[in-house]
Design a protein around this ligand. Structure first.
Ligand code: NAP
Length: 238
């Protein structure tokens, strides 16, 4: 039986990934900072919501012990939890820099550090980091966010080199604009402007991302590692 852990699974992309894997019969553990329940539950697999802040190392250790006892340690890990705190650089507050780096980058380090050990032991694992188009092409107002996401690319490549010999793949997905709470601030005009810049002429949906996560976690993707793959309707072409 395959177990998956997804951070930031209470809504948006993480929630969609959770349902995708539960539908295929996986044991899915999803985390968020707040107490939450999965809204849907009629799946072949099980959905287990846990409260876990990716910046809290003591809680991560506790969660590790708890999941170990329940035989739920993941062989697939999706580092999806992320926040934005947008502001032009000259006005950006120190705490907006610190919070974004702590959650998006250091959070990925904290979670991966704890859960990769079991993968190394069992010589099997899939780690998928959710990055962003902003980390690849930059975005005015997002110096903090794009720095955190660009760093995930280096994290992904270096870790992939270290753990490849243990049959563990490490990849990143760089979504473009996806319809979730994170992009709710866009008004109709901003959406239309944006869509006109996207070759496929639409904002993405969460399923566009969960489909690729599922593929990267499958044995069909066994020979792909260290990559950052864009799912952005062609917004940024490498
Ligand atoms: N939507 C987009 O257009 C887009 C584009 C590119 C990349 N992304 C990336 O995709 C990922 C998911 O984005 P989304 O749009 O689905 O965002 P979202 O709807 O805002 O959901 C974010 C999720 O992360 C959780 N979270 C935030 N901080 C956390 C922490 N410290 N510890 C644990 N969980 C935490 C949130 O729950 P709580 O608030 O309860 O903790 C929530 O479940 C993020 O990494 C984001 O940067 C999104």
């Amino acid at each position: 039986m395959k177990n998956i852990l997804i951070t930031g699974a209470s809504r948006g992309i993480g929630e969609s990934i959770a349902y995708h894997f539960a539908d295929k019969g996986f044991n899915v553990v999803g985390t968020a900072r707040s107490e939450f329940k999965f809204k849907k539950n009629n799946f072949k697999g099980t959905l287990i919501p846990i409260r876990l802040d990716v910046t809290d190392r003591d809680s991560i250790k506790e969660a590790f012990n708890n999941l170990k006892e329940r035989d739920l340690l993941p062989n697939i890990l999706v580092n999806n939890a992320g926040i934005t705190a947008d502001q032009l650089f000259l006005r950006m507050k120190d705490e907006d820099w610190d919070n974004v780096i702590d959650i998006n980058l250091t959070g990925t380090f904290n979670i991966t550090k704890m859960f990769v050990k079991q993968m190394v032991k069992s010589r099997y694992g899939k780690i998928i980091n959710i990055s962003s188009v902003s980390g690849l092409m930059g975005n005015a107002g997002q110096v903090n966010y794009s720095s955190s996401k660009a760093a995930l690319s280096g994290f992904t490549k270096s870790l992939a080199k270290e753990v490849g010999s243990r049959n563990i793949t490490v990849n990143s997905i760089a979504p473009g604009f996806i319809d979730t709470d994170m992009t709710e601030y866009l008004d109709d005009k901003a959406r239309l402007d944006l869509e006109s810049q996207i070759p496929l002429r639409r904002i993405g949906n969460t399923k566009d991302i969960s489909e690729l996560v599922f593929f990267l976690a499958s044995d069909e993707a066994a020979y792909i590692t260290g990559q950052t793959i864009s799912v952005d309707g062609g917004l940024f072409m490498h």
